[in-house]
Design a protein around this ligand. Structure first.
Ligand code: GLU
Length: 384
């Protein structure tokens, strides 16, 4: 075992495991043998003192099978209806399987709006930590019945990344239908090589991940990489590994070189800043001058009105906004102390002019440092 793996595993106690639909499905809808094997594997970890939280897909696939539907479901209501049928079965299968191993399960269905609301986010956190204290296994899926378009996580990879942050996981294991991340698509090229460790999200790594998905899952490797980026940005290592491999979890925890390990980035975002950076959708954009950019990125300062060149969007006090440089590149995300209307009046001004212009001044800073998540150093995606 290499030193890095050994070091990561020595500090691992709480594990977020995500299982994709492609792992869980067989000819006959849900693959009960695979699920039984994974559950035995997870139960072994719990017996050895690890806390396990599971994010699982498979509801839609299972519901589809129940209704004897072959081919793709086209409309959102069809997918939602299939999920409503399949989710019950999915839980029954897990529940039965975990009980054989002496463990109880808890079902948690979430939508994106549940985690973007800070109070609900904290409520979920309290529930999960109580379940973990009780030694029950939280089994989480997206609440597909109510989640459409803008409230959808997109896919369970994203949901799992949010939950990894929420429970402050020490390790995020993303189980999928292939062995890990390859340097090119293994379905297309025989020369494809598995990348054992990723220490930086370089252009090559981005290019290695394609959008293609199996017929069962929604995410593809690209969304797995996005999820790995999100968790490694707050210091949580991630392993993308083959979910159908026998005793894959036991093997990983024993330090076997399985899958692709994504190393945590050096600088960590705390849980609140992660929430700002990744759970919230910006309501507007502030374009910053070079002085403000430097103050934020290099000096750890708050954002003041003087550094703002332009204000885009309509937002109110407390809303999330993104901060970009003159070139439009994302620098940070944060919660604003002024509305867009107010900011349009005070942009470029000195702090001591705020009161004069607005007639009041509750804050000196447009975004206080505590509510500002610098994303540039941690998160090099071109898509953000
Ligand atoms: N929530 C969906 C399901 O359980 C799956 C979403 C995904 O595959 O990422 O069927």
């Amino acid at each position: 075992m290499d030193n890095i793996r050994r070091d990561i595993l020595a500090h691992t106690k709480r594990i977020l495991i995500k299982v994709g639909s492609a792992v869980l499905t067989g000819e006959d809808g849900l693959d009960l043998k695979i699920i039984d094997g994974l559950v035995r594997d997870m139960s072994g970890l719990v017996r050895n003192g690890y806390s396990v939280v599971l994010v699982t897909s498979g509801a839609i696939v299972s519901g589809k099978h129940r209704m004897n539907i072959t081919g793709k479901l086209k409309s959102m209501p069809e997918k939602q209806a299939a999920a409503a049928i399949g989710q019950g079965r999915l839980m029954r299968v897990y529940s039965k399987s975990f009980e054989k191993n002496g463990l109880y399960v808890a079902q948690i269905l979430l939508t994106l709006s549940d985690v973007t609301d800070r109070q609900r986010y904290l409520n979920i956190r309290n529930t999960l930590s109580t379940l973990m204290e009780w030694g029950a296994i939280p089994i989480i899926n997206e609440n597909d019945t109510v989640a459409v378009d803008e409230i959808k996580f997109g896919e369970n990879d994203n949901l799992a990344a949010m939950i990894a942050n929420l429970i402050e996981a020490d390790l995020f294991i993303n189980l999928t239908s292939i062995d890990g991340l390859y340097d090119c698509n293994p379905a297309v090229s025989k020369k494809a090589r598995l990348i054992p460790v990723v220490s930086e999200f370089s252009e090559e790594i981005e290019a290695a991940a394609t959008d293609e998905t199996s017929s069962a899952g929604t995410g593809g490797m690209k969304s797995k990489i996005q999820a790995a980026k999100k968790v490694t940005a707050i210091g949580i290592p991630c392993i993308i590994a083959p979910g159908k491999k026998k005793k894959v979890l036991t093997g990983i925890i024993a330090g076997k070189e399985i899958g692709t390990l994504f190393l945590p980035m050096a600088d960590r975002l705390n849980s609140k800043k992660y929430w700002i950076a990744f759970a919230l959708r910006p309501r507007g954009r502030l374009v910053l001058d070079d002085g403000a950019k430097k103050a934020l990125l290099e000096k750890g300062k708050s954002l003041l009105p003087s550094g703002i060149i332009d204000v885009e969007g309509n937002f109110g006090l407390g809303d999330p906004v993104s901060c970009v440089g003159r070139d439009g590149a994302l620098l940070a995300k944060g919660l604003v102390n002024f509305s867009s209307e107010e900011l349009n009046k005070i942009k470029g001004l000195k702090t001591n002019q705020i009161c004069q212009v607005l007639g009041h001044k509750d804050y000196d800073e447009v975004i206080h440092r505590d509510n500002l998540a610098i994303t540039k150093q941690n998160y090099k995606s071109k898509t953000q």
